[in-house]
Design a protein around this ligand. Structure first.
Ligand code: PLP
Length: 369
């Protein structure tokens, strides 16, 4: 088969390999974002995004945003991290640290509870920080820290937020649609996420779900025009229109992706699918002497990190797999020299998984000889 026709399977943490149905939806037509049919689509997508979690469906409203996941996270912080109180960032990877950079860039008072990238968030340290500083009104944390694949213990963090009466600002970019997210039980103020990871849409659309009463209350001065999400909320929830041009075709794709998500059984089914893929890949790699970076019990379903085996460098492994049609992902920052990452999202068939395991065996055994 010529190279151009080879199906490439993306095992990076988004964008994902699209299903044929989602890819076809991209070509649904040329619509104006200021015509009623698009407004109706935005309203429907927003309602369906809130409906992904029963706990959010009643009293959280979504705002659809053209921009990558970072735009949604930054918009969430602009809209809900106060200027007259403080936000405590729990950081144990690139994306937690990025939230601290955003708060600094927007002049929002904050403190960072730094952790080693391989460590879980410390609940005793969190509670001590909350006890020591009554100015803290919000906690910001990443749900699935894609740097390592750690699923932060949001049950414990959320319970602490509720017990201490502080709002939770959640980066759910790489968990929304495949891991459990609670609402009032976690004192969740808002969660930011994206179309192109666990929901299997195309890249370039993101969204923020926040408690409806908080959208309607005046927030801190936003410090941004584009990311003033209350203006998006006001417009989208009045008539479905947005203040700025939306990525119309990406909305078609997200609409189709949400259909598939629901038909497949929602976030629980997607988590089960990802867990199955993770177990299969990890078992194959274990046979080859490749170990996980984190204990599996601390990893989520979405992505696992592995220690690069022996003398095999990342580039060699990446290129060998790429030749066989699979794109894996490097580690970030100081983890880059020692690890590689494999995500489990997107349209991956049983046959693809068989071929991936064969490709891993060939790449790793071949290199060791
Ligand atoms: C947890 C998390 N937050 C934020 C982002 C940033 O998303 P984007 O690259 O779409 O801007 C990512 C991307 O992988 C992520 O995994």
């Amino acid at each position: 088969m010529p190279a151009a026709m080879t199906r490439t399977i993306l095992l990076n943490p988004g964008p994902v390999t699209l299903t044929a149905r989602v890819r076809a939806a991209l070509g649904r037509g040329d619509w104006c974002h200021r015509e009623p049919e698009f407004a109706a689509l935005v309203r429907s997508i927003n309602a369906r995004l809130a409906g992904v979690y029963a706990e959010l469906a009643e009293d959280y409203d979504a705002v659809l945003l053209t921009g990558s996941g970072t735009a949604a996270v930054e918009g969430m912080l602009c809209g809900f991290a106060p200027r007259d109180r403080s936000t405590l960032v729990l950081a144990n990877g690139v994306y937690g640290e990025r939230m601290a950079r955003m708060l600094a860039a927007h002049g929002r008072p904050h403190r960072v509870l730094d952790h080693d990238w391989l460590a879980p968030v410390s609940i005793p340290r969190l509670e001590a920080a909350l006890a020591a500083d009554p100015a803290i009104s919000h906690v910001a944390v990443v749900h699935h820290e894609t740097t390592t694949g750690r699923l932060n213990d949001l049950e414990a963090i959320g319970q602490a937020c509720r017990a201490w009466g502080v709002g939770l600002l959640l980066d759910g970019v790489s968990s929304f649609g495949a891991e459990h997210i609670a609402g009032r039980d976690w004192n969740l103020t808002a969660v930011a996420a994206t179309a192109n990871k666990c929901l299997h849409g195309a890249p370039g659309l993101s969204f923020v779900l926040a408690r409806r009463d908080l959208w309607l209350r005046p927030g801190p001065r936003p410090g941004s025009v584009y990311l003033d999400l209350r203006s998006h909320h006001a417009a989208q929830h009045a008539d479905g229109f947005s203040p700025f041009t939306q990525a119309v075709q990406l909305a078609f794709a997200l609409d189709a992706a949400l259909d598939e998500h629901r038909e497949e059984g929602g976030w629980q089914a997607r988590r089960a699918t990802y867990r199955g893929r993770a177990a299969r890949v990890a078992a194959t790699l274990q046979d080859l002497g490749v170990t996980t970076l984190l204990p599996p019990s601390e990893s989520g379903s979405v992505l696992w990190s592995y220690r690069l085996p022996g003398r095999l460098g990342y580039a060699g492994l990446h290129d060998a797999l790429r030749r066989r049609g699979f794109v894996i992902y490097a580690g970030q920052g100081r983890l880059a020299p020692g690890i590689f990452r494999i995500a489990h999202m997107g349209d991956i068939s049983a046959d693809d998984l068989d071929r991936l395991c064969a490709a891993l065996r060939a790449a790793i055994r071949g290199r060791r000889r």
